[in-house]
Design a protein around this ligand. Structure first.
Ligand code: NAP
Length: 241
């Protein structure tokens, strides 16, 4: 894939998987537009890869269009920003549930609509990668909102692939298992919790963010020109164990 001149919008680019993706894209020649919440993270990233930056809170659904429109046109989109909350099903708070759904499912939908409408108007055959999770197909205790939001993202990805494929636009998901980002370290630093999960992963370890970024770049690239609508496990074989 020749990334030179390709303009890629990456959300959640301030930390973790989104940051690793932005850095990898920039090092391979792409022009990155990095969207995240913390201005300090974006300033640090811009100093490293000379990207454009957008500081916005994707939980504010009504503000997404105004934040993103000045950055158009882009050629490719990575919806990576995500959040979680720890609540059991029975005690789940509706406001928290809606916040997680907004960031993980509704914001990718609205942002993709804005970008895809622009592509359709200009006849661009773009590609979108949505960063979902292994949790999309599991019932992880105390993760009602997270599991529901990622399952919704997978389902929406399939519909997008079916509707947009005829216009030459591809839409796919990556579904990583535990990845050692700030979010991952926070949730999985206790060996008592982590070790039994690692033991079920045939490759025996958690992921480095770059390993997810490589899968994202593949799905964005022309090398995946006939890959459309998939939820790609990036999990060391957990899905088959
Ligand atoms: P992370 O280390 O917490 O980084 C998330 C990034 O997204 C941060 O830069 C954060 O900015 C940004 N972000 C979060 N909420 C936002 C909002 N409302 N508006 C704008 N930006 C926002 O997370 P990560 O582990 O890299 O996760 C990235 C994606 O991978 C998520 O969708 C997550 O669900 C998915 N995933 C992660 C794992 C894992 O184990 N880490 C596994 C499977 C899937 P601030 O810090 O400024 O809020």
């Amino acid at each position: 894939m020749d990334w030179n001149g390709r303009r890629v919008l990456v959300t959640g680019a301030g930390k973790g998987i989104g940051r690793a993706t932005a850095v990898m894209l920039a090092r391979r020649g792409a022009k990155v537009v990095a969207l995240s919440r913390s201005a300090d993270d974006l300033a640090g990233l811009a100093a490293e890869i000379a990207c454009e930056t957008i500081s916005a809170d994707l939980a504010e659904i009504g503000a997404i269009e105004a934040a993103v429109r000045p950055a158009l046109p882009v050629d490719l989109l990575v919806n990576c920003a995500g959040t979680t909350t720890l609540q059991s099903f029975v005690t789940s708070d509706l406001a928290e549930f809606n916040r997680v759904m907004n960031v993980n499912s509704v914001a990718p939908m609205v942002l993709s609509q804005i970008v895809v409408r622009d592509w359709l108007a200009r006849g661009i055959k773009g590609a979108i990668v949505n960063v979902s999770s292994d949790a999309a197909r599991r019932g992880v205790v105390n993760h009602t909102a997270y599991c529901a939001s990622k399952a919704a993202l997978d389902a929406m990805t399939r519909v997008m692939a079916a509707e947009l494929g005829p216009s030459g636009i591809r839409v796919n998901c990556v579904n990583p298992t535990v990845t050692l980002t700030p979010m991952g370290e926070l949730a999985w630093s206790d060996p008592a919790k982590a070790d039994p999960v690692k033991a079920r992963i045939p490759l025996g370890r958690f992921l480095d963010p770059d390993e997810v970024a490589e899968a994202i770049l593949f799905l964005l690239s022309d090398g995946a020109s006939m890959v459309n609508g998939v939820s790609l496990p990036v999990d060391g074989g957990l899905a088959v164990s």
